[in-house]
Design a protein around this ligand. Sequence first.
Ligand code: PEP
Ligand code: CO
Length: 505
Amino acid sequence: MAVRRRLLQHPVPLPMSPLRGDGSGNAARYKAVAVTLPSAWRAPHFIIIDSAAMAFDSQPWTPESWQQLPVLQQVRYPDPDELRSVLARIASWPPLVTSFEVDTLRRRLAEAANGRSFLLQGGDCAERFEDCQEEIIKNRLKILLQMSVVLIYGLKMPVVRVGRFAGQFAKPRSAPTETRNGVTLPSFRGDNINGSAFTAEARRPDPARLILAYRCSAVILNLVRALGEGGFANLHNLHYWNLGFAERSPHYEEYRNIIRRVRDALTFAETVAHQPIGGLRRVRFFTCHEALHLPYEQALTRTSKYRDGVYNLSTHLPWIGKRTLELGTAHVEYMRGIRNPIGIKVGPHLSPRELTSLVRHLNPEGVYGRLTLITRFGVSKVEQALPPLVRAVRDGGHKVLWCCDPMHGNTQQTNDGIKTRHFDSILAEVKLVNRVLAAEGARLGGVHLELAGEDVTECIGGASGLEESDLRRAYLTTVDPRLNAEQALEVALRIVGMLDLMPRN
Ligand code: PEP
Ligand code: CO
């Protein structure tokens, strides 16, 4: 993916059509930033760009400056006017998260980068509107809570919980179309863009889906915040986090033992202190998603009355994925100017030079906590491809948090054409990434997993021995296979064993 002269789709920019919120009403603390749209959202034309010749860093950034650059993974809406009006509505609505929360997360990630805490990022590959249900939301929190107790207990450090939820709808695709039995239709791009059913009607991008995405995100965040504040997350109520089906699993006893010891330690500490220990009743969850749909992200890009700079307030931690991180393209440009901590997926497709250019471009001031590099290699590629990247980042003096996504490089197809991942490869990748980082003087500070709180059958392996023949039983994901709750808990238990000797600063 070297910087090179190439053909890229480029939208024709529209004259400015500011839809500026006035800072009154619901969103009193935040001002919506102007939303302008490329006019030919439907009909991109081709231009030749020479990215090497562009002096990106010196260009002034605005929330819409990305529109001047090629937009990878662009969605073509049949009716751009309808899209414009939907975005205007979203831009007038309150933000989903606050700049205070975003800054808090950046500080927490800085701690993780320094070896004083551990990042647990997890959730769906692609959220579905139909999963905006109490049980599903709660079960996902339960498994993340169980995993975090295991990690806190085992690694002896705080865990920063960041859910791939409340906005993880849009999906990048390797091919713009999909063909089945001789019929070719646009690919499914996530519930906020089109439908997954293989019909022309479902696959047509529909701007109204963005409204539903905003609303589902708000509903999910509401429950997550309420549960995090209330009795549900209280460490004294560990039994609330039980997931009936997972208790049959062979390693559940190991989890129960940890819980017992945590409970004893709490009782002991509170007895000695003669009072309840504060801070145990609340648990904070942050959110993350791939910032793929830039018009939507822009509509939720706001300034705050109380803070400098511009924030993406659709999520705490947006990331750019493998398919949209080329310097000189729109997603990188958008990320450059927002104040949020951001994630970058790093895989064998990036050269050391490309990575350090990207890191410098996105964090020129070297702010700790700003960049989380999420490795996604595939177990067979880690040892060869990761070391030069770690060395380049280290030698450049860049401050980053290294986090391992052991899912996306380990996807394989069964003979029946079902996408799956093997538990052993997932675990092996975490182990190797940890080892390579430690050998290069860096440190693994987090994991990034696709997981469900339900008893799904999408990944094979694990202590309960899921096999290929089990996959059809409960295969619910619309894009990538997730660990089920049992497998996810087992990953947390095993990670503790393997990261025990991590170097700490
Ligand atoms: C993802 O996280 O779902 C994803 C598509 O990742 P990547 O960009 O690393 O392939
Ligand atoms: Co995925």
